[in-house]
Design a protein around this ligand. Structure first.
Ligand code: GLN
Length: 539
């Protein structure tokens, strides 16, 4: 194929309509037709990346192989496409301005006044086209965060206008995602908000090529015609996106609506294949027809907000399908876990202690580890969850009662978890953690070795603190098995317990690598252990 084609996805009427899922679903269909497709997210906020954001702001921070801290939509892209993303796939206004300002300081603008148009828009256009440059992709889908009409989005919308013009006919298109609200008093779906948002887009010089309409009720023919008429699109380009019971249904729903067909037509790309979704549909079938259920307690301090642990929840869906079991997630706030009364934990088949930062809620996490260890309940600790498992073991088995992490108590006399040497002189908080993919060697014959079926693995990271090797020997003598080590630094990445059916803590984040095509072995194995536990519990 000659030049890369560009698809822009904008949003109107309301936020949270699921642009990321629509983009990922379209990409899936194009990929399933043999087109090499990638997705990029442009975020209009001024943070250079979401790494410094509290999960309450935009949910989980997703980490890529190359160590970029990115928007959680990149997680959906990877889970749908099974293709890695990178720093280039997520760009924020902060990063755009940072590059332009650095260039200005180097004197590269040769005395010119630096302005939003053309300098900021040029940088945005450069970043969009970066992904298409090396011929790696036939199609690049760029999702513009925010809603049309927002002050923050203006430079992005202007860049799309310019690019559409520069790329020429059939080389780009704009998909506008809007909401068709249902007024129950009038028993009617309403198109006016969509008309207005399409108009707002037009005021910026962009006409939408395809409308994707989020709705809770079927959009009839009459409404499609009306939308087509008022919004300057063909009737076939009015695509209904009805609420689905699972995001994994959306590619098939978009296929039925012909979103891929109209896209190919508008981009003048051949459309003589049918998308091959065989494996995808096998997964969806297994996911929807489980043979049994398990309940996993997710212990964290951001549990009120489902988006905070997005990748973990999705990994459980993949692993559940693999085990033909429905994984019910019971979110338990670590500050209010109340282990003594057992009320919140007695119906669990497994406990996952989540990643996190800071002191709040950690005693509850330690209590949860103890409960899982003593009751032989499957236990999975991720990052902070693994660190809590080490502290619990040191306190309750080694009897070092004040064992702690220097993250929680800088002065602790027994820092079983300590700040990494390489982190000690760091003053800037953004993008400075130990990030991205690092190697780990698993100990032969360990449970984790059995789980992966190999000894050399690579997983993604995001942390500043680590297992303190000064305590390694004592912890080992007391029975803790250090079964995964970074070969370069000796950093302990995995701990496990031998006299327990399934007790594993990992310093890395396996949840970032689980996809529909390749569910993560740790989640598969953990859910399997929970399934066995559930069988016994129910007897
Ligand atoms: N706060 C811990 C650290 O920085 C764990 C981080 C995490 O769970 N992602 O090491």
């Amino acid at each position: 194929m000659a030049d890369t084609k560009y698809i822009f996805v904008t949003g109107g009427v309301s936020s949270s309509l699921g642009k990321g899922i629509i983009a990922a679903s379209l990409a899936k269909l194009l990929q399933a037709r043999g087109y090499k497709t990638t997705i990029q997210k442009l975020d209009p906020y001024i943070n250079v990346d979401p790494g410094t954001l509290n999960p309450y702001e935009h949910g989980e921070c997703f980490v890529t192989e190359d160590g970029a801290e990115t928007d959680l939509d990149l997680g959906h892209y990877e889970r749908f496409l099974n293709v890695n993303t990178s720093q280039a796939n997520n760009v924020t206004t902060g990063r755009i301005y940072q590059s332009v300002i650095e260039k200005e300081r180097r004197g590269e603008f040769l005395g010119k006044t630096v302005q939003v148009v053309p300098h900021i828009t040029n940088e945005i256009k450069r970043r969009i086209q970066l992904l298409g440059k090396n011929g790696d992709y036939d199609i690049v889908i760029t999702e513009i965060g925010g809603t049309v009409g927002d002050i923050e989005s203006l430079p992005y919308i202007e860049s799309v206008r310019q690019l559409k013009w520069e790329l020429g006919e059939h080389n780009s298109l704009v998909i506008h995602l809007t909401l068709i609200p249902y007024l129950s008093a009038a028993k009617e779906l309403k198109t006016k908000p969509t008309q207005h948002s399409v108009k707002t887009l037009m005021e910026s010089g962009i006409s939408a090529d395809i409308l994707v309409c989020r709705t809770e009720h079927e959009i009839g023919d009459d409404l499609r015609e009306k939308l087509a008429l008022f919004c300057n699109v063909k009737k076939e380009a009015v695509i209904q996106s009805i609420d689905a019971s699972t995001i994994y249904d959306v590619p098939n729903l978009m296929l039925e609506e012909g979103l891929d067909t109209i896209t190919l037509e508008k981009l003048a790309l051949t459309n003589n294949t049918t998308p091959n979704l065989t494996n995808w549909n096998k997964f969806v079938n297994r996911h929807k027809n489980p043979k049994s259920e398990v309940t996993i307690g997710l212990i964290g301090k951001y549990v009120e907000l489902q988006d905070s642990y997005k990748s973990i929840l999705e990994s459980f869906i993949h692993a559940g399908a693999e085990n033909e079991v429905k994984v019910n997630i019971k979110s338990i706030h670590s500050e209010f876990i109340d282990i003594d009364s057992k009320k919140k934990v007695e119906d669990l088949d497994g406990i996952l202690v989540a990643p996190g930062f800071g002191e709040r809620g950690i005693e509850g996490k330690i209590e949860a580890v103890k409960y899982a260890r003593e009751n032989k309940l499957p236990f999975f600790g991720i990052c902070l969850g693994m660190q809590m498992a080490v502290i619990e073991y040191a306190r309750n088995i080694l009897k070092i009662e004040d064992a702690n992490s220097t993250e929680m108590d800088e002065q602790t006399k027994n820092p079983v978890i300590d700040i990494m040497e390489s982190q000690k002189n760091i003053t800037q908080m953004g993008g400075t953690m130990r990030l991205g993919a690092w190697d780990c060697e698993l100990v032969e014959g360990s449970l984790i070795h059995q789980v992966y079926g190999k000894t050399k693995i690579s997983e993604r990271h995001r942390h500043r603190y680590e297992y303190n090797n000064k305590f390694k020997e004592r912890l080992e003598e007391a029975g803790l098995v250090n079964s995964g080590i970074n070969p370069q630094t000796g950093l302990v990445e995995v701990v496990e317990l031998p006299n327990h059916p399934w007790f594993i803590g990992v310093q890395y984040h396996p949840e970032y690598k689980s996809t529909v095509k390749s569910p993560h072995p740790l989640f598969i194995s953990f859910v399997k252990a929970a399934k066995e536990y559930a069988k016994k519990r129910k007897k």
